[in-house]
Design a protein around this ligand. Structure first.
Ligand code: FAD
Length: 447
């Protein structure tokens, strides 16, 4: 019997365990989580009714080989009336959390001797001659043949020691303490900002919100277009074996213009890239990857990560009523005093420094790129050379899409692997990756 440990019971850890148990025999899995996570993780644990998925239900099956699994679950639970609805339905994220819990419960029932969940933080992983030793925060030790890192999304750790500064934007408990009328400044204008706005509105907050990011761009909106998916990317890739970001950018721009002039939807141009994004990323050299991250990412993020139409309506009405002001600018420094928080920033088009006074400041800058934010386990594994940080600075360096190094049986899945794969954050990408991980584990452990 081979023993595997998974660190993290968010979606990535859950679905990796599920796929491995489906495929492999003679494997025992222990999943560690320092929180009460039950498969939902950060993303699907929100109790806000207004927090919806940003992908339609029909594309959100958690399981690669069961495309309609989530749709069936919604039907079984009377949350939709007929199957076709799932193509345009953005379910509440808390429903998705319940769906993932049902998969966890089912997995535990079917494989009860083979899967164990332990609620503790893993703080160290050491290589031994015949496997790996894990050390837990409570001093326990355990020994495994392989380790899967599924530690997930991490925010930038707190640099300002003040309880009016919210470091963790995904622990929505802080929404309760923000009273109506106060001025809230949010750093970041992406999907996390949208969650914060909707959460505050749901709690009855009325007041002034200011959101700032380098470009000040808000996410775009999903729309359902009828024309068939464009196909220009395979030809582009065939003609450009080494993808240069400038070439890719210009073809996407010209295709979008062409689509709009033919009364088609620009979203088709972006969506047609989706099946190829990992391939494109892997073909880019480090210079082009860094160029993309520095110059193109802000635009890609808002075009690719779109919000549900109803959500967009709420955001628009807040902007129209001047309840939300967005600023394109760079944060320079933050100072706190007894009355408020003073934020110094430089607007994108200006040279001088401006100041905003806030009652609360919320960090909504997304997933951290700083390895120090990933806790003691990563610090130790990086120091011991068991894992490496990718040269593009965006996450772990990988041997392939789930194996960290050909010399080790250490694997990673989910957002941690985005430096290597770029698209490994959303459910449709992670479920494919988990399936490939199961195949890799099966090969490696049964050699
Ligand atoms: C707010 C939000 C909304 C999203 N909405 C969508 C959506 O609508 N559609 C979509 O396709 N994708 C969405 N995503 C993206 C995607 O689904 C998530 O990135 C995915 O759920 C990641 O899961 P994960 O298990 O890798 O990470 P997480 O959910 O972060 O789980 C990681 C777990 O690891 C545990 N952990 C970490 N370190 C340790 C340690 N050392 N020891 C023990 N435990 C540890 C943590 O406690 C945590 O429970 C969303 C993401 C976020 C953040």
């Amino acid at each position: 019997m081979k023993k595997i440990a998974i660190t993290g019971l968010g979606y990535s850890g859950l679905i990796s365990a599920y796929e491995i148990l489906q495929l492999c025999e003679n494997i025992e899995i222990t999943i560690y989580d320092r929180s009460a996570a039950n498969g939902a993780g950060i993303a699907y644990n929100s109790h806000c009714n207004s927090h919806a998925l940003n992908v339609v239900a029909s594309k959100m099956s958690a399981i690669e080989d069961k495309a309609d699994d989530f749709t069936k679950w919604l039907l079984d639970n009377s949350l939709i009336k007929e199957e076709g609805v799932a193509d345009t339905f953005f379910a509440k994220r808390q429903y998705y959390g319940k769906y993932l819990l049902s998969i966890l419960v089912d997995m535990q029932q079917r494989y009860h001797d083979l899967v164990k969940i332990i609620r503790v933080e893993v703080i160290a992983c050491n290589k031994l001659s015949d496997g790996y030793k894990l050390t837990m925060a409570d001093g326990r030790l355990a020994y495994y043949d392989a380790i899967i890192l599924a530690n997930g999304n991490t925010y930038d750790s707190n640099k300002i020691n003040d309880n009016r500064y919210i470091t963790n934007p995904w622990d929505f408990g802080y929404l309760e303490k923000i009273k109506t009328g106060v001025h809230v400044v949010i750093i970041g204008t992406g999907l996390t900002l949208v969650d914060i706005i909707l959460g505050l509105q749901e709690k009855g907050y009325k007041g002034k919100l200011t959101a700032m990011s380098r470009h000040g761009l808000l996410p775009t909106t999903h729309q359902f277009y009828k024309e068939p998916m464009l196909n220009y990317v395979s030809e582009f890739l065939a003609n450009n074996p080494n993808v240069r970001i400038t070439d890719l950018f210009s073809i996407v721009k010209s295709k979008a213009r062409e689509a709009v002039s033919n009364s088609h939807d620009w979203r088709n141009v972006i969506d047609s890239l989706r099946p190829y994004t990992q391939k494109i990323w892997l073909k880019m050299d480090i210079v082009n990857q860094k160029r993309f991250l520095r110059h193109v990412r802000a635009y890609w993020d808002i075009l690719r990560h779109r919000i549900a139409p109803d959500t967009a309506k709420q955001v628009k009405s807040l902007i129209d009523s001047k309840g939300l002001i967005t600023i394109a600018g760079r944060l320079k420094c933050v100072q706190t005093n007894d009355q408020n928080i003073v934020i110094a920033y430089q607007a994108r088009s200006k040279r001088n420094i401006d100041y905003i006074h806030a009652d609360y400041l919320i960090n909504a800058t997304g997933i951290s790129q700083n390895p120090d934010s990933y806790g003691v386990l990563f610090k130790q594994m990086l120091a011991d050379g068991l894992i490496r940080w990718h040269e593009n600075g965006f996450g772990l360096a990988m041997e392939n899409d789930c194996l960290l190094s050909s010399k080790e049986n250490v694997y990673a899945v989910g957002p941690l692997t985005r430096a290597y794969l770029w698209e490994s954050i959303a459910v449709p990408d992670i479920r494919k990756q988990a399936k490939r991980l199961a195949l890799q584990i099966s090969d490696d452990l049964h050699k």
